[in-house]
Design a binder for this molecule. Sequence first.
Ligand code: ZN
Length: 135
Amino acid sequence: MPVKVFSVPTKSHTDFVDVTGLVSSFVKETGIKNGLCVIYVPHTTAAVFINEGADPDVIKDIAYKLDKLIPWEDAAYRHLEGNSAAHIKSAIIGNSRSVPIIEGRLALGTWESIFLAEFDGPRTRKLMVQIIEDK
Ligand code: ZN
């Protein structure tokens, strides 16, 4: 089962980095025709999601609404590090996604891209990609 760990720098406090190119070139490199690609971030204040990559305003709206729903400041937060909002967003969105590989390609929809979501950046995040081959 091929695995690769990428280092992905994020540029701002909240940042959604399109990692579709990284993931699909790894899939291609393995030569695996059919299987499942697991994309995972081993972080508690980051996440992975799949959504529209064609119109960049979609991810801006997602970031905007997450900030509205989960504000950075809240007097009721208990976590002393002060970044509870980032932990909550990470927990809600989740730290992995799986995408089928069919005929050597990620079976993403036409408008779909894979994003690494940063909620407490900027920093460098690990992105682990593992491929489980159908035999
Ligand atoms: Zn924390």
